[in-house]
Ligand binder design. Structure first.
Ligand code: PGA
Length: 255
């Protein structure tokens, strides 16, 4: 059975104190809820700086922590980078890899992302691999080819046992931070396409086991209709994850 997942991407927001407050507020909201979350995973992806300060709250809550990025290098003279092994040593179990902001603003290529995926897997970190097309690609109706290329060049070299540890996040770039959520039908169409490609490359069992999240302006109003789609297993949430009540509402919608 695939995991239902709601992940919050804080991006470069919040001071340490503000991050602690938000996590504490979420913990309080979650602890007031008595539902058992066996097939549901809640993830917070704060900056590297917050990861250790949030560890104690995470240990006594139902949410786990993710890094927003990892280095494509193993170790050495790479000033400013954080390696997969460092994150593993801090017991971080997830990392967002290939977010469109990293691809566009920091020029991360599919090849570089392949190295990041390999290092994450080698260090028992589950990648949350982001893919998704820019607006002009969608307007040309070539979004499927575009996304398939991202999967082919960064992910589909993995062996079957390895890809089972990957979470895929479909995030159309035109929907990120714009308030323009993809319609449930648009998102479902792409999610079904991605799952079919996983099935063709690996097997029906693996396609059925992989969680595919939608990201791009998910908010408390849009989450429910997205989650009701057959191939949408959750969300990667940016802006709305910075407001405890909004993020909590989205988390409850997945249950
Ligand atoms: P958004 O960001 O929810 O603010 O659109 C999503 C993301 O970038 O993961």
């Amino acid at each position: 059975m695939r995991q239902r997942i709601v992940a919050g991407n804080w991006k470069m927001n919040l001071t340490v104190k503000e991050g602690l407050k938000l996590a504490e507020d979420l913990q309080k909201l979650l602890s007031s809820n008595t539902i058992y979350y066996s097939d549901t995973t809640f993830i917070l992806a704060p900056s590297f700086l917050h990861l250790l300060s949030l560890k104690e709250i995470s240990d006594r809550s139902v949410f786990v922590l993710a890094a927003q990025n990892i280095s494509d290098k193993e170790k050495g003279a790479f000033t400013g980078e954080v390696s997969a092994a460092m994150l593993a040593s801090a017991e971080i179990k997830y990392a967002i890899i290939g977010h469109s902001e990293r691809r566009l603003l920091f020029h991360e290529s599919n090849e570089m992302l392949k190295s990041k995926i390999n290092l994450a897997i080698a260090n028992q970190i589950s990648p949350i691999f982001c893919c998704g097309e820019p607006l002009d690609v969608r307007e040309n109706n070539t979004e499927m080819d575009f996304v398939l290329r991202q999967l082919d060049e960064s992910l589909f070299h993995l062996e079957e046992a390895q890809i089972k540890n990957v979470i895929i996040a479909y995030e159309p770039i035109w929907a990120i931070g714009t308030g323009q959520t993809a319609t449930p039908e648009q998102a479902e169409e792409m999610h079904r396409f991605i799952r079919t490609k996983v099935e063709q490359k690996y097997s029906p069992e693996t396609a059925e086991a992989i969680s595919i999240l939608y990201g791009g302006s998910v908010n408390p109003k849009t989450a429910n209709s997205l989650f009701s789609q057959q191939n949408i297993d959750g969300a990667l949430v940016g802006g709305a994850s910075l407001v405890a009540e909004d993020f909590f509402k989205i988390m409850m919608d997945i249950i």
